[in-house]
Design a protein. Structure first.
Length: 136
């Protein structure tokens, strides 16, 4: 008789948020401190309004989103009235995780959250890729 493996429940919104927080703690200063000032919200999917604004039909295609003005574009004379936020979409992340197959969920969440925070810091996609590659 074979012992059955117990998989347990799927990761919750809180589990994803915790993985994101752990990933942000690996950032170098001063980015780690700045990252703590940004709210991270985890939902199952982006809402219809967000998807429509981005021209995305399939909610599984959007794993994360940064909303706000990049720190590099903020000026004291023209502060943004939109608090910076990073959104992570649990079901889209789990779907990508299943499709990828060779990364842990923690690694994927870290990749998505660092990418979205890169927008906050005003980093280029190349800079974000360097940081994400350095996490391996």
């Amino acid at each position: 008789m074979h012992a059955h493996k117990h998989w347990g429940a799927a990761p919750t919104l809180d589990d994803i948020a915790r993985m994101a927080a752990e990933a942000l703690e690996t950032l170098e200063e001063p980015f780690r401190t700045h990252a703590r000032a940004v709210a991270v919200k985890v939902e199952d999917f982006a809402d219809d309004e967000t998807l429509k604004a981005l021209g995305i039909e399939n909610p599984y295609e959007l794993t994360g989103l940064y909303s706000g003005v990049a720190m590099t574009l903020e000026t004291p004379s023209f502060p943004s009235h939109m608090p910076p936020m990073v959104w992570l979409y649990r079901l889209a992340i789990l779907d990508e995780w299943a499709a990828t197959g060779d990364v842990t969920l923690e690694e994927l969440v870290a990749h998505v959250v660092i990418h979205e925070f890169g927008h906050h810091f005003g980093w280029s996609d190349e800079e974000i890729d360097l940081i994400n590659d350095g996490e391996d």
